[in-house]
Design a protein around this ligand. Structure first.
Ligand code: UD1
Ligand code: CA
Length: 462
């Protein structure tokens, strides 16, 4: 079995992105662009991936290390961006000991492990060098594939192509396989292109052919996988395709998705079987949703874990939170970071939780703000309940015991505790701890001013 290494080129700034951020750090479907080719290389069996970094190399290294903490990744630096051949040469020492290496442009987010394996197989048939091609409708800035009766004879960059070559619809995708030794010998001979002064990796094709070696190719059946990202328009197109791919995977795995084109479900999110997702949802940052859930229209979930059998009604927004089995949420609820709705609890419309645990079976069904609050099981939080958790300097906690009943329109001035089974009467401002089983009531006693309406009418003459 051949030992395979991979080299991913990611030193360029990506001038056409018009950004201060390096191109490979821009995200599509929740993952930085660099994640996709690196993942594809590992999926194809690469033992290690060497990443050529340059622009913002510290940021790129930090991000890749965060995304692939356990994998064999090495970084090499290309100080000046003198072209794809020059970038590849920077990785020569790192892949010298391998039988085979795959070289991948860093801006190919639709690339999969299966495709990379296809190029490796094409190399095994050709012997010297193999590359990935695709037939595309608008070849634009892609290098054009020139063929003769022995296969690929040349790659002509779009900027150097004559009208006849520009009309070729078969393009160079930017994935190549070769044995490192012979390839680096060829790369060392490449001269700078006369127009741009760059060293083109693609010139190796002509060079192998000049030696009488054949160049093999693997032609993509689905040309959408060839999408590169050079500017923000291509970024948006690639992201659309990635989201479509993700939603398709989910549907095939047993998730019902309504209006799949309207969903933004990022690559690192998961959804269990028989869950139903209504239109226009956004799932980000490794959100996990269990089985048999319903996610209503227009929900936004980020870094949130949802158990089984949960109903999230429309337009709910959940960040960095945990929702346990059997909960009912929304419509229009807001779980802010570090909130937990425990088993079977209910969070209703216009209820905001922040750093709050709602115990098993507890309910906060309408119009409440619960911040820095620990609520036991089976408690009932009335409409309009507000925890006054902030005194202008610091946040303070509120505790509500099991089975407590907080009447509507109450304020709980933290730090404060309401004991188990206690009642807080509607409209009460709780400023001292309420003992278990007691009733707290702070409202002014109700008076009746008899005949008031008639006297007011007489005074005003109306
Ligand atoms: C390249 C190919 C072109 C192909 C296209 C498809 C060359 C000369 N041309 O063109 O045939 O159709 O990709 O994807 O290779 N990079 C470096 N250092 C550099 C220059 C580039 O690391 O000095 C990296 C970039 O960060 C990027 C990748 O190499 O990830 C490709 O560079 P890019 O400028 O996008 O090449 P294209 O002009 O698209
Ligand atoms: Ca490109």
């Amino acid at each position: 079995m051949d030992r395979l290494a991979a080299v991913v080129l990611a030193a360029g700034l990506g001038t056409r992105m018009k950004s201060e951020k390096a191109k490979c750090l821009h995200c599509a479907a929740g993952m930085p662009l660099i994640w996709y080719p690196v993942k594809a290389a590992f999926d194809a069996g690469a033992e290690k991936v060497v990443i050529v970094v340059g622009h913002q190399r510290e940021a790129v290294q930090a991000e890749v290390s965060r995304l692939f903490p356990e994998r064999a990744i090495e970084f090499v630096v290309q100080e000046r961006q003198l072209g794809t051949a020059h970038a590849t040469v920077c990785a020569a020492d790192s892949v010298a000991g391998y039988d085979l290496a795959v070289f991948i442009n860093g801006d190919l987010p639709l690339l999969t492990g299966r495709t990379v394996s296809g190029v490796v197989d094409a190399f095994r048939k050709s012997g010297a060098f193999a590359l990935l091609t695709a037939h595309v409708r608008n070849p634009g800035g892609f290098g054009r594939i020139v063929r003769d009766d022995r296969g690929v004879s040349e790659i002509v960059e779009a900027r150097d192509a004559d009208p006849c070559q520009l009309a070729i619809d078969e393009v160079n995708v930017g994935v190549y396989v070769a044995a490192p030794g012979p390839l680096f010998e060829k790369l060392a001979q490449i001269r700078a292109a006369s127009g741009s002064g760059e060293y083109y990796f693609t010139d190796v094709v002509k060079s192998f052919r000049a030696d009488g070696r054949d160049v093999g190719s693997f032609v993509l059946a689905d040309s959408t996988d060839a999408r590169q990202v050079n500017d923000r328009l291509e970024l948006a197109v690639a992201e659309g395709l990635l989201h479509a791919r993700k939603v398709r995977e989910l549907m095939l795995a047993g998730v019902t998705v309504h209006q799949p084109d309207s969903q933004m479900i990022d690559f690192d999110c998961s959804i269990g079987c028989d869950t139903e997702v209504f239109p226009g949802c956004e799932l980000r940052s490794a959100t996990r949703i269990g089985s048999r859930c319903v996610v209503g229209r227009g929900c936004v979930l980020s870094a949130t874990s949802v158990g089984d059998g949960v109903e999230i009604k429309p337009y709910s927004v959940l960040f960095d939170s945990v929702v346990e089995d059997g909960c009912v949420l929304g419509p229009f609820c807001h779980l802010r970071p570090a909130s937990r709705a425990m088993q079977g609890s209910h969070v209703g419309n216009f209820v905001e939780l922040k750093k709050t645990t709602l115990g098993p079976g507890s309910k906060a069904n309408h119009l409440a703000y619960l911040g820095d609050c620990l609520i036991g099981s089976g408690a009932n939080i009335g409409a309009g309940t507000i925890t006054c958790n902030y005194d202008g300097y610091k946040k303070m906690p509120t505790e509500i015991g099991d089975g407590a009943f907080i009447g509507s329109d109450s304020q709980l001035v933290a730090p404060v505790k309401v004991g188990a089974g206690a009642y807080v009467a509607a409209g009460t401002t709780v400023t001292a701890d309420v003992p278990a089983g007691a009733l707290a009531i702070s409202r002014v006693e109700q008076k009746h001013v008899e005949g008031y309406a008639a006297r007011k009418k007489a005074r005003s003459g109306r």
